[in-house]
Design a binder for this molecule. Sequence first.
Ligand SMILES: [Mg+2]
Length: 401
Amino acid sequence: MASAVLRRRDLSKMWLGVDVLLRGHGGRFCRNFTSRRAPGGSRSESVLHVRFVTHFAIAFDIDGVLLRGGTPIPGAPAALRLLYDDPTLPAQLRIPYIFLTNGGGTTEAARALELSKQLHVPVLPDQVILGHTPFRKLADLFRNQRVLAVGKGEPDAVLRSYGFDHVVHMDSFVKEFENIDGLGRFKPWNQPLKEDDATPAADHLSKLAGVFVVSDPVDWSRDLQVICDVLRSDGKPGTEAVPGRPQPPIFFAADDYDYQSTFPVPRLGMGAFRIALESIYNRLPSAPLQYVSYGKPQLTVYKHAEHVLHDLSTQIISGALVGAPKTREPMHPPFESIYMIGDNPSTDILGARIAGPPWFPILTRTGCYRGQSISRLYEAGKVVEDVEEAVDFIIRREGLQ
Ligand SMILES: [Mg+2]
């Protein structure tokens, strides 16, 4: 039994006995009363929600742990199903978990939908933390200012979903400057702009206040050139920088040097692009590149993940996942363990080690790490073959069946 909706007037007296009987390993039963309108009447009634809530939680990296390319790694869907009482219903989530990835290029809601289809479990948007999720907090700083969105997927739609109100996609921006990409005519994939993509005239004339590398850049030669042009100017390629004025800010969603895709050897990631940009930019007659990177292994990412997991647990306890009003009241005691399951020692594992307890890093051999020796800095609490073994280890360690 993991959840029930019981009437207060019928069962409140039974609760103390039930509480003692239902106490289990790895977590505890929590009760919460909410009010709702009684069926067929105007009178409100109290409803008791009973949920078993674990005192541990899990954060999964995606690429190289659950998916390779868009394909599930064997055992991944089965491992996730163990976290539900009924894996067809999001409300039947038993063990709080999130996806914590440096990847991105789509909104959290769209990624949740995609993950639900790929992994065959119901995923809520709140369970998805992407590399660029922290950009949401920067939207107010760029209110009424134009920013450049760079990367695969829909980087402009991502920034708009966070509240940025003047966003231009790199593909559209380059159309505003004739011959800005010296190799453009040699690129057979270059397409004329669709009418819907046309940039409003007012935006067309305004300079950029910042650059956001939302996801892995697709056309490195073009993007390196144009970003250098923007940063060494006053926010508009071809113009002179104002002496003494700082470089326009540039933000990277992550700093992964590489990541595991379908090719046997890891592919270059956003961190490699940042190194390329920095190397090139610092050869220009201007001050060294100033930039901000987010993503694992940054401590702020793990602290944000803890807040999200607490919110999720609160929703489970309060019954919000089964329709009760959402609450932000902290109802869940601090987690005793939060397991980070990842394949990359230099991001997933290092970040969990920097964050310290209650984080417990688990390293899989299905991605970047293939068993080579690594420094103590990147050592995991546990090394496993795959995510299925990782979840099995957690469940046994926590004394759950
Ligand atoms: Mg990975």
